[in-house]
Design a protein around this ligand. Structure first.
Ligand code: FAD
Length: 268
């Protein structure tokens, strides 16, 4: 197949974007700005919305986009097929057509991280996203919790939440060097939980912290517990939320963002 610059289907667009800027938020979180004209047609998206990124098999090749004639994406077979990964829209500037994404740098074990480690201005990368996003449940009180992969979503939510909202954000990170300032108008308290050498999949920091949080009365406040990150933590949180917190379905969003020892390809 010959690489094309963009393909569309109702409600979604796929494009070959270019790397426009690169900035390290922390030593392990790299913010990469991607530019394409079609990004001006997207949104508005809910803070923390996700999208698909298509990593070219050869570092700076243009990505071969899927055939959408059947209505479903059909990817080229073999060596032209890109690696498909899920990331968070950290920010979308619809005026300039620039989408920012923050990659956790976890070395060369995965193609997305390896690509982000070596990225240069002007590199090609594919993007697929829905033209509009689901709007999150609005609440008075939030518990936002996650490891580094969820930090872009939590940060985007904190930046968007109004001054009337309260709650707690639990951000797990590897070391003190991974802490960075977050702007929020909300009254949500931000707590960093530092693993100091422990592997993310072995960390109990979030679940232990949650056990010490008293949720506000559901009769007086609308509440949302939003959790994302490595599978072990998310499963522990789902169990605790259903057995101990008595949350109803609308009050809990718990999403596995990655699984230790498994690539996103293995998890399809
Ligand atoms: C809705 C959603 C939004 C997401 N948003 C973001 C985001 O904004 N930023 C972000 O960095 N990630 C995000 N993720 C997680 C990201 O998709 C995974 O980490 C993905 O596996 C990375 O792809 P890869 O090619 O680097 O590694 P893969 O090829 O998928 O995996 C290779 C190996 O690396 C391990 N691995 C994967 N991720 C990590 C990690 N973070 N730390 C240590 N080891 C890891 C795997 O267990 C596996 O052993 C999101 C996931 C979802 C579902």
């Amino acid at each position: 197949m010959i690489p094309t610059d963009e393909v569309k289907k109702p409600g979604a667009v796929y494009m070959n974007a270019r790397v426009y800027a690169i900035q390290d938020t922390t030593p392990h979180l790299r913010r990469i700005s991607l530019k394409h004209e079609l990004l001006k047609e997207i949104g508005p998206l809910a803070p923390g919305a996700h999208f698909k990124i298509f990593i070219p098999p050869a570092h700076d090749a243009q990505v071969t986009l899927p055939d959408l004639l059947s209505g479903r994406p059909v990817w080229p077979a073999g060596k032209d097929k890109p690696f498909i990964r899920t990331y968070t829209v950290r920010n979308l500037d619809r005026v300039t057509g620039i989408l920012d994404v923050e990659f956790v740098l976890h070395g060369d074990s995965g193609p997305a991280s390896a690509w982000a480690e070596r990225v240069a201005i002007g590199n090609h990368v594919g993007i697929g996203l829905k033209k509009t996003g689901k709007v999150h449940v609005q609440a008075d009180w939030y518990l936002l919790a996650g490891d580094e992969t969820a930090t872009p979503a939590i940060t985007a939510m904190l930046e968007a939440l109004p001054a009337t909202t309260t709650g707690i954000a639990l951000l797990e990170a590897g070391s003190d060097a991974d802490i960075f300032p977050i702007k929020t108008d909300s009254a949500i308290e931000i707590r960093w939980l530092i693993r100091n050498g422990k592997l993310p999949e072995q960390s109990d920091l979030i679940i232990d912290a949650v056990k010490n949080i008293v949720l506000p009365d559901a009769l007086l406040n609308t509440r949302l517990v939003w959790v994302a990150g490595e599978e072990n933590m998310v499963k522990a949180m789902r169990k605790y939320a259903s057995e101990q917190l008595g949350l109803d379905r609308e009050e809990l969003r718990a999403t596995v963002y990655w699984k230790a020892g498994l690539s996103e390809d293995d998890d399809q």
